[in-house]
Write a protein that binds this ligand. Structure first.
Ligand SMILES: NC(=O)c1ccc[n+]([C@@H]2O[C@H](COP(=O)([O-])OP(=O)(O)OC[C@H]3O[C@@H](n4cnc5c(N)ncnc54)[C@H](O)[C@@H]3O)[C@@H](O)[C@H]2O)c1
Length: 256
């Protein structure tokens, strides 16, 4: 029997897809038959992902872009719509943080930078795709938040500007889900626990990683593919009536 691919014929845009969780999501979408588009600032890593996909007979479109630049986002998404006549799926995966400064050490510049990367970028991309999704009367928007947007990490340090931005994304997800529903658009969030992406390897030391893994009920930390499988589910017809939720993918790191 022919294998049924869950995203056959869908046009899927993933921000931050040149590495880490975004890359895993993009690759899983490609395996499920979607036409994939990378929005990323890093040309070298984007080209690496494109080349890896080419070897598996999957093509992906690259848009080298700073998603914190709203004009650039508007132009790029309008160009994609002209080319494909639709955008079915948007995953806002750009984000992250790079230190654990105490709130009293956080400068205005640092605060705005973290909010910009983690929250404003998702707003710019969402606003730009919404009008096309509304026209098509369908669409899937997935915001990659974090356990840090729900509660402090019980087993390791957290960073306030990042948690604030990721909590903002969860609020945006819930409010937009209600407004978007009448257009057949679902809006959901994934709140990953710690995963060993290239960024996390730089920001967390070995002790912190080992603590998280030991203390998680499932005695391990998640892998990027775990988030990717959740994103496929939320983008597929299987999740057609799921909207406004936060799916925690975290090996039990937070339970409440
Ligand atoms: N890795 C984790 O443990 C973890 C846990 C919870 C949440 N998250 C969230 O998942 C998402 C991905 O995290 P990651 O660890 O894979 O990060 P990462 O740094 O490994 O990957 C982020 C990607 O975003 C791109 N990017 C950064 N700024 C950009 C910009 N302004 N414009 C366009 N592209 C830009 C980078 O080039 C990179 O390819 C983030 O939103 C992060 O907050 C990650």
């Amino acid at each position: 029997m022919a294998e049924i691919r869950k995203l056959e014929g869908k046009v899927a845009l993933v921000t931050g897809a040149a590495q880490g969780l975004g890359e895993a999501i993009l690759k899983e979408f490609a395996l499920e038959g979607a036409k994939t588009i990378i929005f990323d600032i890093d040309a070298n890593e984007s080209n690496r992902v494109k080349e890896e996909l080419r070897k598996t007979n999957n093509d992906t479109e690259l848009v080298i872009i700073d998603v914190c630049n709203s004009d650039a986002v508007n132009i790029a998404i309008s160009n994609l719509y002209k080319k494909y006549k639709k955008i079915d799926i948007l995953v806002n995966a750009v984000g992250g943080f790079y230190n654990f400064d105490k709130i009293t050490d956080v400068t205005d510049e640092e605060w705005h930078k973290v909010i910009n990367i983690n929250l404003n970028s998702a707003f710019y991309c969402t606003r730009a795709v919404m009008k096309y999704m509304e026209k098509s009367k369908s669409g899937r928007i997935i915001n990659i938040s974090s356990g840090a947007g729900i509660a402090p990490n019980p087993h390791a340090p957290s960073y306030v500007p990042y948690g604030a931005a990721k909590a903002g994304l969860l609020g945006m997800t819930k409010l937009l889900a209600r407004d978007a529903g009448e257009f057949g658009i679902t809006v959901n969030a994934i709140a990953p626990g710690t995963a060993l992406t290239p960024r996390v390897k730089k920001v967390r030391d070995a002790r912190s990683i080992s603590n998280i893994a030991k203390m998680n009920p499932l005695k391990n930390i998640i892998e990027p593919v775990d988030c990717a499988k959740a994103a496929v589910f939320l983008s597929s017809d299987d999740a057609r009536y799921i909207t406004g939720i936060t799916m925690m993918v975290n090996a039990g790191n937070l339970i409440f």
